[in-house]
Design a protein around this ligand. Structure first.
Ligand code: KG4
Ligand code: ZN
Length: 354
């Protein structure tokens, strides 16, 4: 051990994340301490293309991940042999990037003779609120809203996830990114749309609320995105701030309407939790807080650094799995698709989402 005087709260887990456009490594302990974390974003590489290019992402992950692992070990003043296990994202995500992270995790696991924990990226998001909040108990309702996923999950325990809803076409973050592209705001679009929307009128442009009022709590955002495009292509398009604000309000209304249905279907929920990049949006956060209050629940929203893709959430999922002795063999495959709830049926009209 690098520092023999220290007593570490066990387990000590190294987590790796590389499923989309963030390369990240972190070391987390059993008492919820993030000993060190490092993240390298690829925004600049993908910005010229207006979205993530899988080949560019995989190459960037393979160049950056090992130096990030060295950095977190140095920062924590620990060595690989101080780790109790290595947790790496094994899917779902862009397969090239997932393979880089998982192969790195396997190599470190083999070299250090420590168990491998192959983490489902969605499980990382689902358990991340428990890293931030020691008081958060199961079961809770999770709204996971990111660039790749929009799901409502009943989180009943570690490894026990029931998918109540998913998107039948685009993810909410994707709709923000596409709206940003239509408005010429660049990538990533969510924060830019939110900034522009702040000076616009949310009821200026009539836009649809797809599936609002439907009895199944699924999501749909493709029709909303097309409506934004049609509004923009009119002879006299609306003011950009009004279109941004109207889109944001419509997306927010859809998330609230669908979540309301799921909350009614899960009366045993002890909290309503929101995670994923779109949870950074203040309009959406405050509308979800109001909805939670309606159900006498508190809204738990992890800090932004834990909401967007990061390795601390993967390491924390590793802590929770380690406690259950739940490890994976070194021939565990990387998976582009990997639904968290294996019993969830494919949503009608679904495109490609896990
Ligand atoms: O969770 P995340 O970092 O990555 C994954 O997709 O897994 O989420 C990124 C998504 C992007 O689509 C981005 O535009 C969106 O989250 N996003 C936002 C905001 N910040 C990030 N959407 C709306 N408002 C924001 N402030
Ligand atoms: Zn994610």
């Amino acid at each position: 051990m690098a520092d023999t005087m220290r007593t570490l709260s066990r387990p000590v887990i190294l987590g790796l994340e590389s499923s989309c456009d963030e390369t990240a490594a972190a070391i987390v302990t059993g008492d919820r301490t993030i000993l060190a974390e490092a993240i390298a974003t690829q925004e600049a590489e993908h910005a010229p293309y207006g979205g993530v290019v899988p080949e560019i992402a995989a190459r960037a992950h393979s160049e950056r991940l090992t130096p990030l692992v060295e950095r977190v070990l140095t920062e924590a003043n620990l060595t690989l042999s101080d780790m109790d296990a290595i947790a790496a994202t094994a899917g779902p995500g862009l397969i090239g990037g997932v393979m880089v992270g998982l192969v790195t995790g396997k190599a470190l696991s083999y070299a250090a003779q420590r168990p491998l924990i192959a983490v489902n990226h969605l499980e990382g998001h689902a358990l991340s609120p428990r890293l931030a909040d020691a008081a958060l108990e199961f079961p809770y309702l999770l709204l996971l809203v990111s660039g790749g996923h929009t799901q409502l999950l009943a989180v009943e325990g570690v490894g026990r996830y029931r998918r109540l809803a998913t998107t039948i076409d685009d993810a909410a973050g994707e709709a923000f990114d596409k709206t940003a592209k239509i408005l010429g705001l660049g990538y990533p679009g969510g924060p830019a749309v939110e900034r522009l929307a702040a000076s616009g009128n949310p009821s200026a442009v009539p836009l649809p609320r797809p599936l609002a009022g439907s009895r199944e709590p699924h999501f749909s955002f493709a029709g909303l995105k097309s409506a934004v495009l049609r509004a923009q292509n009119q002879d006299t398009p609306p003011a950009p701030a009004d279109l941004a604000a109207s889109f944001q309000q419509a997306a927010c209304d859809c998330l609230v309407d669908r979540s309301r249905l799921a909350l009614a279907a899960m009366p045993e929920a002890r909290a309503f939790v929101v995670a994923g990049g779109v949870a950074a949006n203040q309009t959406i956060r405050s509308a979800l807080a109001d909805l939670s209050a309606e159900h006498c629940l508190s809204l738990v929203a992890p800090p932004l650094s834990l909401c967007t893709d990061n390795a601390a959430m993967i390491a924390w999922a590793g802590v929770e799995r380690f406690r259950r002795g739940d490890f994976d063999p070194l021939d565990t495959p990387a998976r582009a698709r990997w639904p968290l709830d294996p019993d969830a049926t494919v949503a009608r009209g679904a495109g490609y989402k896990a």
